[in-house]
Design a protein around this ligand. Structure first.
Ligand code: H2U
Ligand code: ZN
Length: 354
């Protein structure tokens, strides 16, 4: 029998950040790449949409009027999933039926006044302003006694349930530490106790040596397809220096972060020449007042597209019942992402005849 080869044979991979496992079935992806199946998406939105509830000067659903902002704009979500003043209390029916009140804050962040842009079409300087807003919001929300975790994220594209194409993200900040960040806290803490270094410091060292899953690097950040990635083109954006949260990044590191986000999202759009949908978000230390030396800030990108702009991955069947599974190996996904240009395809097309 042939010796075990990650590129050919079915195997399980361990996710050290969550402690979960993933099934990889590379042989199922051996069928040849079909190449691009759809025409590039050339659609353009207007720079200003009078019906958009996020554009400057427009009225939102609750009657508030947005200012004539020219950079970023942050407001309390008018339909927040969590509110700060919810009644407290618990319900327990034996040990099996348990509930407890939860409180928190929802914020919406407009990345740009321009309705027609997305992160990959914004300048590095403008993305840097978004990074600064994330840091300010983390600082303000995280220092509240009633907030112990701040989840900053972006849903991009209709398939991800995003209700409006205007470039924006959200923050849900709450009293308890939710599931995945809680798992990552436990895992990183255990690793740090044992090794005295953060889990992602050591992980980065391996990836930089191996160079099999690194998509791009700059002075302070590395973008890679994690060894345990569950989504076809899932990536992790990691600062080289172990910082626990975004407020600890230096000016130069914040610039690097913006550069990494821009270059990665351009590659995503270029992959299927479409506005690439994803859910992305920062993972950082809980703001519960405890020392979280073991935490290493990072940003996850979870994109659902699989083979083209219309063929997407669903977590169904085995994945709903057992654990995530993938056909395209993380190493192959890295090659695909690495081969793409860092000039946005719409910009390239603008120079060419239609
Ligand atoms: P999506 O990224 O899921 O589309 O989120 C947009 C958010 O904007 C959503 O959470 C909020 C919704 O509650 N929103 C307002 O706060 N005011 C509005 O007038 C419309 C939408
Ligand atoms: Zn708009």
């Amino acid at each position: 029998m042939a010796s075990f080869d990650l590129a050919q044979h079915p195997h399980r991979r361990f996710n050290p950040l969550t402690g979960d496992w993933l099934l990889v079935s590379p042989h199922r992806a051996l069928r040849p790449w079909q190449g691009q199946q759809e025409a590039p998406d050339r659609s353009q939105r207007p720079a200003y949409d009078p019906t958009c509830y996020l554009c400057p000067g427009n009225t939102r659903a609750n009657g508030s009027v947005n200012p004539q902002y020219d950079g970023t704009f942050v407001f309390d979500n008018d339909f927040a999933a969590l509110t700060p003043d919810a009644p407290t209390g618990t319900v327990e029916l034996g040990s099996l039926l348990r509930a407890e009140a939860e409180s928190g804050v929802g914020r919406v962040i407009c990345f740009s006044p321009r309705h027609d842009l997305t992160l990959p079409e914004m300048s590095t300087a403008d993305i840097r302003r978004v990074v600064d807003v994330w840091a300010d919001e983390f600082q303000t929300l995280g220092s509240r006694p009633d907030i112990n975790y701040v989840q900053i994220f972006e849903n991009k594209g209709q398939v991800m349930g995003c209700s409006n194409p205007h470039p924006h993200g959200q923050i849900w900040a709450q009293r308890t530490v939710p599931g995945d960040p809680a798992k990552e806290t436990v895992q990183q803490e255990a690793y740090f106790q044992q090794h005295g270094r953060t889990l992602l410091t050591d992980y980065l060292e391996i990836e930089l040596r191996e160079q099999k899953r690194v998509v791009l690097e700059n002075e302070h950040f590395v973008v890679l397809v994690p060894f345990w990635a569950a989504w076809p083109f899932e990536t992790l954006v990691v600062p080289r220096r172990a910082v626990q949260d975004i407020t600890q990044l230096t000016e130069a590191e914040r610039d690097s972060f913006a550069d990494a986000i821009r270059r990665l999202t351009i590659r995503y759009d270029n992959l299927f020449q479409t506005s690439f949908p994803y859910s992305a978000g920062l993972h950082q230390r809980p703001t519960d007042g405890q020392d979280h030396e073991s935490w290493h800030l990072h940003m996850h990108f979870f994109p659902p597209l699989l083979r083209s702009a219309t063929v997407r991955k669903f977590m169904v069947g085995y994945e709903l019942l057992a654990n995530p599974q993938r056909d395209i190996t993380p190493e192959y996904a890295t090659e695909r992402l690495r081969d793409l240009p860092e000039v946005h395809y719409k910009q390239t097309m603008a120079q060419e005849p239609a």
